[in-house]
Each structure stands twice: as structure tokens, then as C-alpha cells.
Write a protein that binds this ligand. Sequence first.
Ligand SMILES: C[S@@+](CC[C@H](N)C(=O)[O-])C[C@H]1O[C@@H](n2cnc3c(N)ncnc32)[C@H](O)[C@@H]1O
Length: 378
Amino acid sequence: MELADVREGLARILVPRAERIYDAPVFYNPVMALNRDISVLAVKLLESKTVLDALSATGIRGIRYALETSAEEVWLNDINEEAFRLILKNVQLNLGVGKKPLDEKRVLFEGRKRVVVNHDDANRLMAEKFRYFDFLDLDPFGSPVEFLDTALRSVRRRGVLAVTATDTGVLCGAYRNACLRKYLAKPIRGELCHEAGLRILIGTVVRYAAKYDLGIEVLLAYYRDHYFRVFLRLRSGAKKADRSLSKLGHLWQDENGRFEYSEGFLPERPKAYGPLWLGPLKDGDFVEGLLKEAEDHTLAHGKTLPFLELLKEELDVPFHYDTHALARRNGLQARKLTDMIEILKEKGYKATRTHFSPKAIKTDAPFEEVLEALKKLQ
Ligand SMILES: C[S@@+](CC[C@H](N)C(=O)[O-])C[C@H]1O[C@@H](n2cnc3c(N)ncnc32)[C@H](O)[C@@H]1O
């Protein structure tokens, strides 16, 4: 494998040279530096001591956790033999002192930090390490569902589960049957598909967690660059699980773009999308905390900070209005977002931009008022 030397955050990483990222024998995507930046800030803020990067590839994520946070013990794991060997090389390069093979599938590095490099199926490792990790990161190819059961059992009670999903085609309704099969949920197509997809993902984790009497709190959930990312704090107890389940519900949308949603495990009427999470997508203090951590942190991606600022400002209500879709659906011309936001604010409503689309707004105004604002600008 021909290797290139890259730097990301405080890490120096050897990655395979390849024409296209999916052709490489071991996966590395520089675009995901923003995902890793936010995750590093999260581990710093949470002061997690034991951390698992369950699907590690080159090791970049786990190595950044070890170098850039106060984590004391970081595990990096991959099922792929070439990935395992490359992780060993990269850990050696960044943290390498006191290398001790524990068996043929596990190597311990003991220096400033304890770092364990493991070569196994993530499900087997997570099953072995029952309630062990303060912070567990799932960053798979595609859907994370095959790892959720063991991950929920491997995170400590009150620990944090971080999940990436790159199967946006499934969660956003391009492959409806796949969404039914994997997430037991009906996805929506059109302008709400990304927010609904994110909420289906969270709703799925809620259902998986509930059977272990675990509830969840959303610390942060977002969509970007064709992936979803969620940071979920686990809360122990049947009541916590019930409370999380009570935040599941369904979505309806008519041809004019009017949407409605209601809580309830089963849909109260036909043509519903979901079940999906209707609770918050962020904890304000957590996002403020990430921004504070970012002040004295060298971030790898130029867009991490403005993206976090956008998430902080965003109104946290379910769903949004895509002004272009709204205009098209109602035979009107699209108008400037800032003007729409201004009109709604003048009327006493809350309205902000949203990270889901540069053409969309989030507001607590009813559909008629949003449409009225657009008509006023024609
Ligand atoms: C998207 S990559 C991970 C990228 C990495 N986390 C990063 O930030 O660069 C997914 C990795 O999961 C590994 N993988 C797939 N199935 C696995 C399994 N069942 N157990 C462990 N690793 C697995 C693949 O070999 C691949 O390296």
C-alpha cells in the first residue's frame, strides 16, 4: 500500500494514496475532518476518560481523541487486517512508547495515554467490554444499525454514544424499503427529507435503547456533507426510556408544503411518515460548551466554527420551510430568506436560518403566516 503523510488536528497520519477515497484499501476522508473536529471538542467538553473508536480505519479519530482531549484510555478497532496494521503504524507514529502485544488481535501502547489497538468485529469487542466506555463512537460505512445493540450495552450508564450514518439515500426516502427494513420507519421525500432522516435515526436509537431501560438526551444532532451525526447521552431507568419513547411521533405533509406532526408511538391517521424523534436536536449548553472548547483548540476544518455557530443560532423546533419549495408548490417566486425572517419576526414569531438547507427557515409561525410572508414579498 502506497502511503501519503497527512496532518489533521494534532495528528500526523499515514493514509493510503488512491485516486478516489472509496478505492483505497483503508478508508480516509478529509471532508470528515469537521465531523472529527466536533467529536474531539465533544470528548474534551464531556471529559470522557474511556473512549472507543469502534470502526477506526486509519486510526485518525481515535488518535485525535488521544492527542487532543483528556481521555485516559482510548481503544481503536477495525475488522480489516490492513486497517489494523495501519492503525498500529499511526499510533506508533503519534503516541508510540511502551508497545505491548497482548495477543495476536490486541496491542497495548502505554505512554502518556493508554491506547489499545484491536483487530476484531466491533460487535464482538463491544459485547466483551460491557458498560465500559464513557464515549463510544460509531462511524461506519452506511448504516450504524448493525452496531446499535452492542454499542448501547458497551457505553457506561450516563455515557455518550456518538453515531454517524452515511446511508442518506435510505433515511431520506430514495430507498423506501431499505428504510422500512433497517429503521422500521417510513421516510419522506422532498424538502423535509434530511431533517426527517435525522429524526428517524434518533428515533431508531430511542427504540433500541428503550428495551434496555435506557432513555436518551440529544446533546447535538446534525446533517452535513451527505451524512448524519448524533451525540446522545444515555440515561438509565425505565422512566427515562418511557420519556424518550413519548417523544416519538409522526409527520404529515400536504402538496402545498404544510406540515403537521404529532407525538404517539402509532400514527393517529394514514399517510404518516415515521416514527421519528420530535424532541430537541441540541442541548444549548452543550453547543455553547463546544464553542468555548473551540476557542483554544486548533481545529482541522475551516468550516467547523461557523457551522457550530449556525447550529447554536438555529431555532430548535421540528421541521422547517424550504422557501424555494414553498414558492414552487404555491405558484410564487422564491424570495430572500432574510426578508422572510424579518417579516415573521416583526409579527412576533421566532425565525432563523437552518443548517438543513441554505434556502430554508425554521419558525414557530403557522404555515399560513409563512405563506403570507412569501406573498407579501411578491
Ligand atoms: C467509514 S470507515 C471509518 C472511518 C474512520 N472512523 C475515520 O474517521 O476516518 C469504517 C470502517 O469500519 C470498518 N468495519 C466495517 N465493519 C466492521 C466491523 N463489523 N467491525 C469492525 N470494523 C468494521 C471498515 O473496515 C472501515 O475501516
